[in-house]
Design a protein around this ligand. Sequence first.
Ligand SMILES: NC(=O)c1ccc[n+]([C@@H]2O[C@H](COP(=O)([O-])OP(=O)(O)OC[C@H]3O[C@@H](n4cnc5c(N)ncnc54)[C@H](O)[C@@H]3O)[C@@H](O)[C@H]2O)c1
Length: 378
Amino acid sequence: MKKTKLGVIGCGMISGAYLKAASRFRNIEIVAGSDIVPGRAAAKRDEFKEFGYSEETFRAYDANPDGTNAELLSDPEIEVVLNLTPPKQHSRVDLEILNAGKHAYSEKPFGVNLEDAMKVMKLAEEKNLRCGCAPDTFLGGGQQTARKLIDDGWIGKPLAGTALVMGRGPEKWPQAPFFFDYGAGPMLDLGPYYITTLVNMLGPAKRVTAFTKKFDDMRTGGPETQPPVYPINVTTHLTGVIEFECGALITMISSFDVWKHGHCPIEIYGSEGSLQVPDPNTFGGPVRVFRKGYEDWQDVPMPFGYTDNSRSIGAVDMVNAIKSGRPHRANNKLAYHVLEIMCSFDKSSSAGRPVDIESTCERPAPLPLGLDDGFLDD
Ligand SMILES: NC(=O)c1ccc[n+]([C@@H]2O[C@H](COP(=O)([O-])OP(=O)(O)OC[C@H]3O[C@@H](n4cnc5c(N)ncnc54)[C@H](O)[C@@H]3O)[C@@H](O)[C@H]2O)c1
């Protein structure tokens, strides 16, 4: 099989997951990387040499000081570029990739504001190029099982539910200030996992009503955090209700202000039973269902593949979709809709009223049961 050649822009922490993917998914080959920190792309290649990366197989480029990546993007072999830069760079780098005539797949979120994300949507459409976006955890065995239970009517009509992602955030990490700055916070950093999973299970959202707060102005980091005390520039506690087109009302809390809680990440309450959905920042389980007439929750076996860490599966699905002409699952319409829902929490809180969601999207096609590892459905 002819392998599709990919390039990576942004050779930081998450790029390793994508470099490993090429050995799991046999139809892709990552042939180049570019990073704004001189030498970082080469260092990443060397770190992953056991996966077949060498000077012969992987061209390492330094980005230009202005953040553009002309050398990698002028490489005629590369068809698809993975944008693994920090969130504030996502839209600009996506535009750069598309303007170079290549398909773009970005890490989450799709952008840090709707205006920039819309520019990416429009350019992809104009140029007839694919544009995809993480998260792809909804393609994991845990989330696919939860979706199948809903689709097959195990809990009846979904009526309500909860999506709760609460903790102190990465406040002690060396790069903690980044997570408390504009473009991150609990919603833009973790919300993509939760809201993408909800849209995958329930379909598009209709409106959001919310209250959001920033309780403190400063946080104190850990021993390696620079600076040790840093400003908080985002709302750190967002609580609201998302009303979905299907009628379900999901209560969501996304917070960096909670020391401990004991709730399931996502629960869906239906007319015939309830569903416990696994952490959407993972690919596996557990998935548990309660049906009326039963005494307790039942653990559900997961008949889908990819229950281990399979980050990059969304990009591989996009590569396959380009070849076969079908829609790709982790696509820009889904990612834009998720971004609009996330941005609506602060918007609703500031306006003091519910906010209508203007965008919509299709639910991505489910994956087939029992896929062999390294294979998708085409
Ligand atoms: N680290 C994780 O565990 C993780 C998990 C899931 C998703 N993500 C997402 O992946 C993305 C990257 O996160 P990360 O943790 O790898 O960050 P990181 O800071 O470790 O890596 C980002 C890299 O991009 C480079 N970069 C920045 N601007 C650039 C430009 N204009 N051109 C080329 N290179 C540029 C940086 O130098 C850095 O090496 C983020 O969107 C994040 O939300 C990260």
